[in-house]
Every structure is written in structure tokens, then in C-alpha cells.
Design a protein around this ligand. Sequence first.
Ligand code: 3H9
Length: 687
Amino acid sequence: MKAGTMNVESGIGIITIDSPPVNALSVGVRRALDESFKKFAADESVNAIVLICAGRTFFAGADISEFGKPMEEPNLQAVNDIMENGQKPVIAAIHGTALGGGYELALMCHYRIAVPSAKVGLPEVKLGLLPGGGGTQRLPRIVGAAAALNIIVGGDPVPAAKALELGMIDALAEEGCLLRDAIAFAHNILNENKPLARVRDRQDKVDPDKGNAELFADFRRKNARAMRGFKAPENIIKAIEAAVELPFDKGITREAELFHELVYSPESAAQRHYFFAERETAKVPDLPRTTPPIDVKTAGVIGAGTMGGGIAMNFLNAGIPVTLVEMSQEALDRGIGVIRKNYENTAKKGRMTAEQVEQRMTLIRPALGIDALGDADLVIEAVFEEMAIKKDVFGKLDAICKSGAILASNTSFLDIDEIAGVTARPESVLGLHFFSPANVMRLLEVVRGAKTSPEVIATAMKFAKTIGKVPVLARVCHGFIANRVMGCYMDQADAIILEGTSPAAVDKAIYDYGFAMGPFQMTDLVGLDVLGRGSNARTVRGDLVSHDRLGQKKNGGFYDYDENRKPTPSTIAATIIADVARFKGIENRGEQTSEEIIARLLYAVINEGAKVLGEGIAIRASDIDVACILGYNWPVYTGGPMFWADSVGLPRILAKLKDLEAVYGQAFRPARLLEEKANTGGSFARG
Ligand code: 3H9
């Protein structure tokens, strides 16, 4: 058996599957399961069976790369038939993560035992799928429909202790002694002559909700906002309704139909693309895998404002001490106070204990002045976004930091090479561009300068994961990846309203596309003074600010707001827009259609993405997708701008860009790479 081993110990048959990296249920693993269960079923010396995995985890689910292709036999259902309907008790012994098809396989077993560090769950929703191996029918039979809705539509893994409380597992094993305890558990079942516990036969948790349509209607209402645009949640709800209303076998048939609808949907294809794209970002083709990373045991952050404080929290969360530097005691106290408050709020919500708050706070070393950073392994500056100030800071850091320390700038736009140029160690300098709020947003743009050393890049890509970020590597240019490509979106939004389309029409088109809000609602929320564009030219935003319209926080902005912050189109803003347009001599083209607005704003992003790729700023198209999804909340079920471009069709996008170029000129000149791919049948995903 290629994917594992079989052995028998005191009458207990042990199947150990070993298919790195995560024991996904690929065809080889399914064959191994099929073969070994058949053998043990026929082996009279075996009285019970323990199913366990080698390596870092129990089965992490179906092999995601097999979806969208014809499924090779045996399928999971065939494996299930031998296990669940067999006459010998089967015990799943779980460590690591039993996810998706992996946990569904455990649910087909008669019993489940797990170590305390294990997690179990059904995260298929994150791939635009539903649990298609019986999970939507079996889990409600254990935890009830209400809990199953939360677990399956939410998709988050459940820690072992909680899983035990919910009945998702039957027992906890001692950490490190899983096999021993699973065998003992099997003997107990045999000794006590326990019946074969088949989850499929249980009705006690689902029967009370028969006919309770309100349960599902209420769930749909409460989660409408989070589920908007996604296809999988609705199918999951329908499948769980089937678990409550239908006999098990009919429920399984319904689950299969609903799964089938999803697996061939564009939303799931996009979300599966995203799953692999997120994991691909850490791979740097010109960086040998053996490049030794530098040990980051201590960090320093300069600036305890919103950005610096947020950055520091990432390190504190990972247990790494941070020296937090400010220039005045007052600013330092304020910054530390905000960090404490953030943690205390998390604790209030029950997501952290008071003790954990204190543990994190003791890792902060407050300091006045950057001289305290001499020993730090990594220093990140989060000072004002101005070249002269950054250069001054780096000059000082060069003088005081120990040799080999990594010196990083959290700049959003500035030239890392120019900053590195003031030091005598440009090989140690790079950009680490966090997105705000830095303790929440998962994107980290790692910007390599012309002279940044491979070790420094390798270190950044590695510790990004340690602090819970997804690193996307960029080369130097104005705005790097996310801000550069999404800058075009904002520019086009600003331009189109001067030509007669209302901010509300733009926001609606973008919202309907799938963003949580459009560019003008976003500007009003963040504040017009904050999102100033740093130019002297007359702009609508500038005029709104000079009328003291700062957005939701003061007098409204593009919209007026009532006391509940409900927006209505603003006549003052409309007058300002018309004034600025007249001042600039811009022709009024009337209100544009949603389709035109989408092309104007989002094709501009695709075109800039193609330039970013063509110039080698981004390594691969999917990195741009990840940057936009994580940095700007681009709807994940479209796969990001570059994946979406492929699905729209590159020739179609090219033709539209040419039309737009004829009207608006230079801003829409098609990128050479886009033109090449469109003309030769290429795509961003396939290369
Ligand atoms: C499903 O089960 C549907 C069923 O209901 C239907 C049955 C009919 N397949 O994340 P990592 C790769 S849907 C293929 O960096 P970690 C991953 O790409 C599935 N490949 O490790 C990476 O490859 P590479 C439901 C997979 O330790 C490598 O493994 N299950 C799969 O940070 C390491 O991954 C899920 O959604 C897979 N299922 O995290 C769970 N999983 O090294 C998905 C991983 O070449 N997986 N790979 O870049 C995870 O959440 C995490 O991988 C896990 C480990 C938590 C397990």
C-alpha cells in the first residue's frame, strides 16, 4: 500500500495513512483506504480498526486540485460503505486538523478520539463548496441544525475541547499518545460490547427542528450581509434543511446535487484559485529554498501611532518582544494605552483571557528615542510618509543598529532604494508595507530593494507567516502592488463623477459587483482629510474639505448622513462636483450604465496589474489577486482582478480598453503584456 501501512496490535487493526504534506484524500489515499478496510474486514484476527495519519495532520480534506476534473474511483462514498456498514468498530484517531472530507471521513467512523491540540471542522465554504462527503447530513445529527449552520456556513475549525463538548468527537487522548489511547479506546468498546455507533442512524438532534422553517429563515436574515454574493452558503443551508426534513439517504442525494451545482460554479473556481494563490505568494523563484533566514527574536517599531501600534501588536501576539519608540512621553503613553485598550476589548469579547492581555503587554519595552534599538534583530519604522523624514531615521538607524539587523520601512509609496541609499548596508534594508489596521489586515507587502540580500527577503517571507500575515513580494515602484493598481480605480472613480455620473451610481455599481462598499462611501467612512491625494490641483475632495465636509465624522462628504449614519445623495456635493467640472472644462457625458462604470474602474485595475506584472514588480498574476483581495477587500468569489480578467476574456477586455483609450487617452492605453496575451490566446492564470 503506497499511501500508508497496516498492522495489527492485540486484535486491533491499525491503518496509518502517510501522504505528505497534509494527507489530502487524493485518489492514491482513497485507494489505500479502500484496500486496507477491505483487508481488515476479511481478517478474522482484527476485532476493531483504528484509522490514524502520519505526519503533521489527520486528513486535511479532499484533494482540492482534483476538483473540476472527472473524479477517479474509488470515491469517498465507496470507502464509506465499507467502513460505516462494516461489522467492526472503526475509531478515527485525530491530530493536527481533520478538515472537510477528512472530518467527514471521521464522521463515517463509529467513534472519534483526538489530542487536545487537534482541530476539526468543515471549511468547504471557503472554497465555494459544501461538505460533499455526507458532512451536511451527519454533523446536524450530532450537534443539531442550529449549531451545524454556524459551523458549516462559518467554516472555522473547532478546537478539540469545544468539539468534545459539542459531541463532534467522543474522547480526548493524551497529547503525544494518540495511538496508545485510541487502541485503549477500541479495547474498551469491545470489552463493553458497545453497539456500532453510526451517526447516520441518529435522529434525536434533528427531529425537534422538523418543520421549523423559521430557524433557517432567521439564519438567512441574520447572515445576509456576510453571505452576499457567495453561492455556497445558500446551498449549505438547503442541505442542512434536507438533513432535518429528509431520511438520511435522500438527504445524501440532495447534498450531492447541491455539491454538484457548486463544484462547477465560477465562484468556487475563483475561491479555489485563491486558496492556492495565497499559498503560492511565499514562493520566490530566484531565492534558493536553502537560503538561511535570520533569527528574529526581538523587534523594534518606531512610531506608536495607529500604524506603529498595530504593527507592534502583530509581534506581541506571536510572543516576540517589541521595543516601541516614540519621541515624547505623551505620545508613547498614548500609543501603549491604545494597544492595551485593543487587547482589553478583545478580552471583553471572550477571545482572549486577562492573563493573555498582561502577557502581551509585558512584551512591550517602551523607549524614548531610537538609541534603544541597538540590539533589535528587526526594526520597522512607521513614521510620517515623507522621504526626508524616512532618510533621517534610516541614517540614524544605520549608526546605532547592530550589524545584521534588518531595517524595514513601512512606507506605502516611497522608493526603498533611495531610503536604503542613506545607509552603508542597503542589503539589510527592505519595505514591509502593512495595511491598516495593521493588527487585523492579513496582507504584508514585502518590498525588495535592488540590493536587499536573499537572507533578508527569506526572513521577511518566513516571519510574515509567524505573525499571521500573507506576504506578497514586490519590487520598488510608486505604490508597489496593491496601492498602485487600486490607485487607478480611485482615479477613475474621481474622473467619472466629473463627467456627470453620480457618486451614488458609482457606489451602487461597485457594491453590486461585490465590494462591501463603493469608493465614495469608503472615502466618507475613512475621512476626506485622511484620504487627501497630496496634490495642489483642484479636486472635488479638496473642495469638500474646504467646505468642512470631512465625511461621516463631520458634516458629511459625498453624501449627507442622518443621525443613524444613513447616507442620502448630497446636493452640496453635487454642486461642488459640477463646479469643479466646469472649472476644469470637463464635458458632461451624462450618467453612465453600471456596465460602463465597472469597465472604467475595474478594467483600469486589470490593465495596471498587467503593467505591474510586465515590469516584474509582481512575481505572478495571482500575487496581484491576493494583494487586492486582502488589501482592498476585492470580492474573493471573483478570484481577484487578474483571475476575473481571464474569466471575462482578455480579447474582450483589450477591445474595451481600446475604446476607452480612444475617448480618454493615455490612462487606458493597453499594457503590452495584456495585448500580447489577448492576441495569442494566453491568460494570466496559465501564463
Ligand atoms: C473537501 O474536503 C470537499 C469534501 O467535502 C468533498 C468530498 C467529496 N488539497 O496550508 P499549508 C497543500 S474540500 C490539496 O501551507 P499549513 C497546500 O496547497 C477540502 N492540497 O499548510 C500546500 O501546498 P504547497 C477541505 C492541499 O500547515 C501544502 O498542502 N479542506 C490541501 O499552514 C501545505 O499547506 C480544506 O479546505 C488540500 N485539501 O496548514 C483544508 N490542503 O506546499 C485546506 C493543503 O505546494 N487546508 N494543501 O504550497 C488547510 O486549511 C491547511 O492546508 C492546513 C495546513 C490547515 C491543513
